[in-house]
Design a protein around this ligand. Structure first.
Ligand code: ACO
Length: 326
């Protein structure tokens, strides 16, 4: 039996900081409101228009390969979770393989919105568990600033840009690595959080652009409630599946959408705040980027054998929880 274990972590966030004071000048809002309602103080923005999602992904990969002394040719496979691909067609993963010099890797995109990294992590894990691949990169990367309407205070305060990446490798020690997951999808949520135009139903036209239908739109309150319910239930189910209680868990790494969502999930699970990793105050919601950016920021806190719960909720709706041992 082979398990997939995370052996390296990398990340990239753009230098440009968009703080709450800057947003106060763009829409009718306040630093106090944003902090109280979301926990976000600032986000990073890929302000250089030539910096696409693939470029952030490449910089995250370079960070990983350099820090762990791995050659790009060693990588077998790349799974890139994103909702903001460089193009509708071709896949961003192909561009990333080329730009990062992953000459021996095949690449594919995976879109499950804010749950994208979690789904990609398990998909990559199964490529390893099958015995067919030895080094799989799993990336979550999103340039949310490319689909955010900076005149809409309901959404523009929430999102940021960034990319995080992990390397999965095989281990024969099946007490470590990815252990189990619970994934759920409910397409009834599709209209509650979406970018309506630019796809096959409403291809981009002058009208869709004039109507701002190529930007993220959401019913925030409905997303909020469903995110709390979805993530806490998925966590409970994955714990049960592994005969664990919340007290057994060393760290929770939740999707960073809103600090109040994270706090509510922690309360429902009865897990103390010290065990829940949070960096939303610095990055906002980077969609597929939040979980790997948390792994990157806090990797030095994790010790071998630590029991970690990852959980996410996003558009679709898609949600889930993964239990792994560091
Ligand atoms: N500044 C000031 N006031 C604002 C702002 C703002 N930026 N945005 C909304 N308001 C106003 C609203 O207009 C409303 O005013 P009204 O009562 O006169 O209508 C009031 O504040 C309260 O609005 P609510 O929507 O009830 O505020 P809520 O506490 O729900 O916070 C928020 C809104 C932050 C969007 C929250 O619902 C949320 O985070 N939802 C989750 C959305 C999300 O994370 N989506 C991302 C993708 S999916 C995922 O990652 C989970």
């Amino acid at each position: 039996l082979t398990n997939a274990v995370i052996t390296a972590v990398g990340g990239y966030v753009p230098d440009t900081v968009l703080d709450n004071a800057a947003l106060e000048k763009m829409v009718e809002t306040s630093n106090e409101w944003i902090i109280a309602r979301t926990g976000i103080k600032e986000r990073r923005i890929a302000s250089d228009p030539r910096m696409a999602t693939s470029d952030m992904a490449v910089l995250a990969i370079k960070n990983l390969l350099e820090n762990y002394n791995i050659q790009p040719e060693e990588i077998d496979c790349l799974i890139l979770a994103t909702s903001t691909p460089d193009y509708i067609l071709a896949p961003t993963a192909a561009l990333v393989c080329h730009k990062a010099g992953l000459l021996n890797a095949f690449g594919l995109d995976l879109n499950a919105a804010c749950s994208g990294f979690l789904y990609a992590l398990s998909t990559g894990g199964m490529f390893i568990e099958s015995g067919r691949y030895k080094k799989v990169l799993v990336i979550g990367a999103d340039k949310m600033s490319s689909i955010v309407n900076y005149e809409d205070r309901n959404t523009c305060i929430l999102f940021g840009d960034g990319a995080g990446v992990v390397l999965l490798e095989p281990t024969q020690d099946t007490a470590t690595g990815i252990q189990n997951n619970i994934f759920m999808t409910d397409g009834l949520g599709g209209s509650i959080l979406s970018v309506p135009a630019g796809g096959s139903e409403f291809p981009a036209t002058a009208e869709t652009v004039a109507g701002k239908k190529h930007f993220v739109q959401q019913d925030g309150r409905t997303v909020f409630k469903n995110a709390i319910k979805g993530m806490s239930n998925a966590c409970k189910q994955v714990l049960e599946k592994n005969n664990l209680t919340a007290q057994d868990i060393d760290w929770v790494i939740p999707h960073q959408a809103n600090l109040r969502i994270i706090d509510a999930v922690g309360e429902r699970l009865d897990i103390p705040k010290e065990k829940i990793k949070v960096n939303i105050e610095r990055y906002g919601n980077t969609t597929a980027g939040t979980l790997p950016l948390c792994l990157w920021d806090f990797k030095n806190d994790f010790k071998p054998g630590d029991k970690i719960l990852l959980t996410a909720f996003g558009a679709g709706f898609t949600w889930g929880a993964t239990y792994m041992v560091w």
